[in-house]
Design a protein around this ligand. Sequence first.
Ligand code: 5GP
Ligand code: ZN
Length: 136
Amino acid sequence: MRERWRHWVVAKHRERWDRRLRMSEIDCIFCQIVAGDLDAEVVHDEEEVLAFRDINGRAPMHVLVIPKRHVANLEGIGDLSDVVAKRLFEVASLVAEKHGVVESGYAVRINNGDDAGQAIPHLHLHVIGGERLGMP
Ligand code: 5GP
Ligand code: ZN
């Protein structure tokens, strides 16, 4: 009996957790862009990775590269395959090439969590260039 109770508790907990995960994806602006429910200026589109212009670009080139699968931040990167995790950086490089900034240089930045100012909890690489950049 106690074993059945334990199973019930675990199942309920999992159900609630799954629901919360699904909710975060429904509310997620970047998931809406992936689904085509929200417009974006897409610069690169492939099976697992999408790149589009930042709506509030802060440099001549400011593109966001995201995994299509919802992952909130770097702590969730284990949920992506190694291929996709690597592909994010390859696409960042492709985007830079497309914009002709490989020679002049560019920055790839991930804001992770509150202190970094992460506003959208869907992992994304900022690819920024086209002018002299400072740190941070
Ligand atoms: P974070 O601060 O999370 O690292 O960066 C989020 C970025 O997403 C910001 O630079 C912001 O301008 C951009 N952003 C927010 N909402 C939208 C949107 O609806 N469309 C696009 N293309 N970019 C967005
Ligand atoms: Zn998302």
